[in-house]
Design a protein around this ligand. Structure first.
Ligand SMILES: C[S@@+](CC[C@H](N)C(=O)[O-])C[C@H]1O[C@@H](n2cnc3c(N)ncnc32)[C@H](O)[C@@H]1O
Length: 71
């Protein structure tokens, strides 16, 4: 039988006006067991910072130029 704990929403969305603010949240928000999806990773600078706090990070971007940078 389903209960409240099974379906509790545990994801957090971090959105800020600037990249600096966004990066400053990392130490207080990201934990080693977290999975992080960075939407709009551009060149991966913040993705690399996130990877210092958890091993499960995916960066994605609408720009194929940015993504091709890594292939
Ligand atoms: C300010 S840059 C991101 C900087 C990056 N997050 C960092 O911390 O270094 C914004 C990026 O968002 C991407 N972007 C814009 N709209 C998007 C969308 N709908 N889906 C994914 N990426 C998107 C742009 O291509 C651009 O690379």
């Amino acid at each position: 039988m389903a209960n409240e704990r099974q379906y509790r929403f545990r994801s957090r969305v971090i959105a800020t006006r600037g990249v600096r603010e966004y990066r400053q949240t990392i130490p207080s928000v990201v934990r080693p067991a977290d999975s992080v999806l960075e939407i709009g990773c551009e060149w991966g600078t913040t993705t690399a910072l996130l990877a210092q706090h958890t091993r499960k990070v995916i960066g994605t971007d609408i720009s194929s130029v940015c993504l091709d940078h890594w292939t």
